[in-house]
Ligand binder design. Sequence first.
Ligand code: GDP
Ligand code: MG
Length: 306
Amino acid sequence: MKKIDLYFIVGFLGSGKTTFLKHFLQDFQDKKIAVVINDFGKTDIDAKLLADKIESLKEIHDGSVFCSCKSDQFVQGVTELSKEDVDIIIVESSGFANPNTLINVVDLIKKLAHNPMEFKGTIGIVDASKVAKLINVAAMIELQIYYSDLILINKIDLVDKFNLSVVNDLVTHINNEAAIHLVTNAYVKRVEIESMKMSIKPGIEKQYVNPSSQKLMLSLDEIDSKEDFEIFLLAIEKDVLRIKGFITFDNQCYFVEAIDGEIRYQKHPNINQEPVIVILAIMKRFLERYIIQKWEKYIDSPIDIL
Ligand SMILES: Nc1nc2c(ncn2[C@@H]2O[C@H](COP(=O)(O)OP(=O)(O)O)[C@@H](O)[C@H]2O)c(=O)[nH]1
Ligand SMILES: [Mg+2]
């Protein structure tokens, strides 16, 4: 019987999980890979970006795969994938995931899988430029680091030496067993992934409050000025956690995101993709009213919140 390797990716929103996944798919091209993406919601943007590169894809939305609210659906999804002709199943977990039930979930998957499954470990991605601040408001970051077997301190291009050493100390303090790499673009050599030592850590009873995050989806049919739209995105970018979506200009669809004061576009082949922007914010009251105000300030057409 064929053995399937199982990997998890954890890390806060925007830390670089999907970027890691893209490299992974590239570097493990000789393997048949199934991916599970656990992200925002219905319009899962990352899943659409990766769809053509993988053997099989499952999406789990609106809740973490480690939370009792979604773990059944997740275990069932992975069990189904284990019937297929794949060598690897890799899971990009939600940015809000608290992996403290990981080991129970893995045990259940191993029991139910149709082919023998080996849990290879958890790759944790840390955004070097944001972790020190975010860890105070989003405590699951600490647990994501604690439960990782291989940690990538990513985006080191955005921090100076001093701050990098602070981040390195912070990460080592939380987890001194995992191999830690300082990287850009969430890239680490395949050999580091293959040689990671998986450790089974018991669930720790750590009190933490789930941050009340809010998600907002904007429909973009009416946009006619790309410039105004960019100004709008940049105006809200600094106040929210994550902005990404699809937008169409001149008959070309783009994946768009606003990050670190910059707008990034990437051509997207599917012209029928509905233009939509997803905004995620943490502990922000009145998000909707705030977005509407900014929209009306910069854009003439009416706003359409889904
Ligand atoms: N400056 C910088 N940006 C990065 C780096 N790695 C990833 N990014 C960008 O960070 C953004 C979020 O990455 P993504 O992989 O989507 O994060 P995810 O939300 O964890 O899946 C994307 O725009 C990436 O291109 C890095 O090393 N340096
Ligand atoms: Mg992602």
